[in-house]
Design a protein around this ligand. Structure first.
Ligand code: SAH
Length: 271
């Protein structure tokens, strides 16, 4: 190659680079909204809103993945899952709060009101307490249990095996927390720690107890808990998203074979 040919090749390369840079500049000025006083600032704004959207999408995806995991494994597997990466618990709870904000009524609020209407001397156990809002909202002594503890008042454990003494609790609460495939063992644990005449309050997602869409029959659910040794006191179907059950532990319980219905997972759709 002659000296002249080398120089002409270099010139062409340089021109191609300039053209590419000009193209890039053009596209960033197109991305900036018209009338913007500071195109650089608005393009970084649009970039950050795009990033925010992507982050929201990713965390929504993580939430749905963790949620599905919790509904399709046992409590001890779920405990191990969060032990491996406790940060997943916060991801789960941000997604959970986002879902809850779409519900017209929160079951936790109704349960809190019910407890407030009774004596503050009653001892409460909140099984699957989440952010322990119940404990913060009432004067009663509340034992709060969840798979991860982000607060010293919450005991991290699988709730089928709590450190509570037998017959030591007046009110046991499961607010949307019967997630594990071994959910009957959570209710059996509540039965162990409840005093005779103690209350068992369960709020569950309606679709899990709707036989018309593949859910369990709520009457079978009530029957199983009665077979364990409870009296059914009320079944409130008036809320759009959940059913609220009140049971009272019988003074004397007879051991029986219990036919527990299966509760289908509650999976959230991508929005
Ligand atoms: N009761 C709270 C949180 C509901 S979300 C409220 O109403 O706001 C369900 C909670 O149950 C989650 O925090 C989940 O971690 C917990 N949970 C599910 N299975 C559990 C188990 N086996 N032991 C302890 N907590 C459990």
């Amino acid at each position: 190659m002659t000296e002249e040919q080398r120089r002409s090749k270099k010139r062409k390369r340089g021109n191609r680079r300039k053209e590419a840079a000009a193209k890039n500049n053009a596209s960033s000025s197109i991305a900036a909204p018209s009338g913007s006083a500071n195109p650089t600032k608005s393009s970084s704004k649009s970039k950050s809103s795009f990033l925010d959207k992507m982050k929201a999408r990713l965390s929504g995806g993580y939430f749905r993945m963790i949620n599905e995991k919790l509904y399709t494994c046992s409590g001890d597997e779920a405990l191990e899952y969060f032990k491996e990466d406790p940060s997943l618990f916060n991801v789960y709870h941000s997604g959970y709060q986002a879902q809850m904000s779409l519900w017209p009524e929160q079951p936790n609020d109704i349960i809190i009101k019910w407890i407030k209407d009774r004596s503050p001397s009653l001892v409460v156990a909140d099984f699957g307490c989440g952010d322990a809002r119940l404990a913060r909202s009432v004067q009663n002594k509340v034992h709060s249990f969840d798979l991860v503890s982000n607060d010293p008042s919450v005991i991290a454990c699988d709730m089928s095996n709590t450190p509570l003494a037998s017959s030591s609790v007046d009110i046991a609460v499961f607010c949307l927390s019967l997630m594990g495939t071994n959910f009957p063992s959570y209710i059996q644990e509540a039965n162990r720690v409840l005093k005779p005449q103690g209350w068992l309050l369960i709020a569950e997602v309606k679709s899990r107890l709707d036989p018309t869409t593949g859910g369990a029959d709520p009457n079978d659910f009530v029957k199983a808990i009665c077979e364990l040794g409870f009296a059914s006191k009320s079944k409130d179907l008036s809320n759009k998203m959940f059913i609220l059950f009140h049971f009272q532990k019988k003074e004397k319980q007879k051991p029986r074979d219990i036919n527990w219905p299966e509760l289908k997972p509650c999976l959230y759709k991508r929005r």
